[in-house]
Ligand binder design. Structure first.
Ligand code: ZN
Ligand code: ZN
Length: 422
C-alpha cells in the first residue's frame, strides 16, 4: 500500500480533492463535500468479484439455453425462452423495441460480465489485459444498460398479471436468471476499481505537484489525475477524452430532456398493448392498464406500474429540468442536496424499463392463437423512447456544475472515512 500513501483523489461528483487515507476493512471513504463514495476497502476485492462475475456468466449462459417460463392454458402448454420476448416483438413489426429488450436483458449483461472477466482474470495475477482501457470504457458504458434486476421485476409483474388468465410454470432458466442477477449484483458490490488500476504502470499524479496548487483535471472514466495545462486530449490510462466538465453538458441535457418530454405525451395517449381473449379485446394505455389492475383487486401491482411508468419518468423530467435551471442561474443553494437529488434521479431512471420488459414478456408468452394473444402497441415504443432519452439526459448532466458556483477551495483535505459495513 506504500504506493498509494499520500495519493490525491478527485471526487467524481463534485471534483473536490482528497488525500488518500486508510479505511477500515469493509468501510468506505466519503467525499467531505457531497458525500459520494470515493473508494471502499474490500478485502480480496479482485478475487471476490472475479468469482462472482464468473458465476454470473455461467448462470446467464444457462438462463439462455433452457426454457424460461411456460404457460398452461386450456390444456395447452406453451414454453418460452429468455429471448422469446424480444423475438416476439420483432415478429410483430416492433423490431426496435425487440432489439432494446434483447440488448438490455441479454446482450449488454453478457458483454459487461465478459468484459469484467477479461479485465479481472489477468489483474488477479498482476498482469494487464491487452486493450484494458478500451474494455474498461466499454464496461463502464454498458453497465447502466445491463438491466438484469429490472428484467426480473418485469418478469414477476408478468407472472402475477397472467395468473387470472393462465397457469404460469417457471422453467430452469428462470432460476438460473435469478442466480445470475444476484451474482452480478454481488460482483459489482465487491469490485473496487482502484484495485484493478494498480496493475497499470501509469501512476497517479505526484502529490507534490498537487500540493503546489496547480490546476488538475480528473479523467471522468477512470479517475486518473493530470495537470490541466499539460495539454492532454485523452487519458493516458484508459483512453477517454479528457475535459474539465462534460462537453456541452447543459445544452445536451436540455435537448434530451425536451425530446423525452415530447415523447411522454404519445407514450400515454397511444395504447401500449392489447389483450385479445377468444377474439375479443381492447387496447390499453399505461393509465388504463393501471386502472384495470387496481379495479381487478391487484392493488400492489397497479401502484407499482403507476410508480415506475408515470411517477418516475415525470419526476425525472422535473428534477433534471430544475437542476439545469439552478446551474444556469448560478444558484448556490444547498449543493449537497442537489447532488443527492441527481444521484437518485440517475439510479431510479432505469426502473421505468419494467413496463417495456412487461410488454415484451407478455407478447412472447401469450400467443395462443384464438384462445389468447397479447399484442404490443405503438405507445410502448414511445414510452421506451422516454426511458432511453431521460437515461441519456441524466448521464449527460455533469453534477460537478452544481459545485462550480459554491465556495469550495481547491486545497486537498482529508475525507470522512466510515468504518464497518459498506
Ligand atoms: Zn464530492
Ligand atoms: Zn482515464
Amino acid at each position: 500500500m506504500a504506493d498509494v500513501e499520500g495519493e490525491v483523489i478527485a471526487c467524481h461528483e463534485c471534483d473536490s480533492l482528497h488525500w488518500h487515507t486508510d479505511v477500515p476493512e469493509g468501510g468506505r471513504a466519503e467525499c467531505r463535500n457531497c458525500g459520494a463514495t470515493l473508494y471502499r476497502a474490500i478485502p480480496d476485492s479482485l478475487d471476490r468479484s472475479l468469482a462472482l462475475f464468473a458465476s454470473a456468466f455461467i448462470l446467464l449462459v444457462i438462463a439462455n439455453s433452457f426454457p424460461f417460463l411456460a404457460l398452461e392454458f386450456g390444456g395447452r402448454v406453451e414454453s418460452n425462452r429468455l429471448i422469446s420476448g424480444g423475438w416476439a416483438l420483432y415478429q410483430m413489426g416492433m423490431g426496435e423495441l425487440g432489439l432494446l429488450v434483447f440488448a438490455t436483458s441479454i446482450l449488454f449483461p453478457l458483454l459487461t460480465i465478459g468484459g469484467m472477466l477479461y479485465l479481472l482474470l489477468p489483474a488477479r495475477f498482476g498482469h494487464i489485459a491487452p486493450g484494458m482501457g478500451w474494455v474498461w470504457r466499454m464496461v463502464s458504458g454498458l453497465m447502466p444498460w445491463s438491466l438484469l434486476g429490472i428484467f426480473l421485476l418485469g418478469t414477476m409483474v408478468a407472472v402475477v398479471k397472467l395468473q387470472d388468465l393462465a397457469n404460469v410454470i417457471p422453467g430452469i432458466a428462470l432460476f438460473a436468471f435469478v442466480g445470475a442477477m444476484l451474482a452480478y449484483a454481488g460482483g459489482r458490490a465487491n469490485f473496487e476499481p482502484r484495485e484493478l488500476w494498480k496493475v497499470s504502470p501509469i501512476r497517479q499524479l505526484d502529490p507534490a505537484v498537487v500540493r503546489s496548487g496547480r490546476a488538475v483535471l480528473a479523467c471522468h472514466t477512470c479517475g486518473l489525475l493530470r495537470l490541466r495545462d499539460a495539454g492532454l486530449s485523452h487519458c493516458p490510462r484508459c483512453g477517454s477524452a479528457l475535459h474539465h466538465r462534460k462537453s456541452n453538458s447543459i445544452q445536451r441535457t436540455w435537448a434530451l430532456l425536451l425530446a423525452a418530454g415530447a415523447l411522454f405525451i404519445p407514450a400515454n395517449v397511444y395504447p401500449i398493448m392489447e389483450v385479445i381473449q377468444f377474439g375479443q379485446g381492447e387496447p390499453d394505455t399505461i393509465l388504463s392498464g393501471v386502472t384495470k389492475l387496481i379495479g381487478g383487486g391487484m392493488w400492489g401491482l397497479g401502484l407499482l406500474v403507476f410508480f415506475v411508468s408515470i411517477v418516475v419518468p415525470l419526476a425525472k423530467l422535473v428534477s433534471l429540468a430544475w437542476l439545469l435551471k439552478s446551474v444556469e442561474r448560478r444558484c448556490n443553494w444547498n449543493p449537497k442536496d442537489r447532488t443527492r437529488l441527481y444521484r437518485v434521479t440517475e439510479v431510479v431512471g432505469s426502473w421505468s424499463m419494467v413496463d417495456v420488459f412487461l410488454v415484451g414478456l407478455l407478447t412472447g408468452l401469450v400467443s395462443l392463437d384464438v384462445l389468447a394473444t397479447i399484442r404490443p402497441g405503438i405507445g410502448a415504443t414511445f414510452f421506451a423512447g422516454v426511458v432511453i432519452l431521460t437515461m441519456f439526459a441524466a448521464m449527460s448532466f455533469d453534477p460537478r456544475l452544481i459545485w462550480d458556483n459554491s465556495d469550495m477551495d481547491d486545497e486537498p483535505e482529508a475525507q470522512r472515512a466510515s468504518g464497518g459495513q459498506a
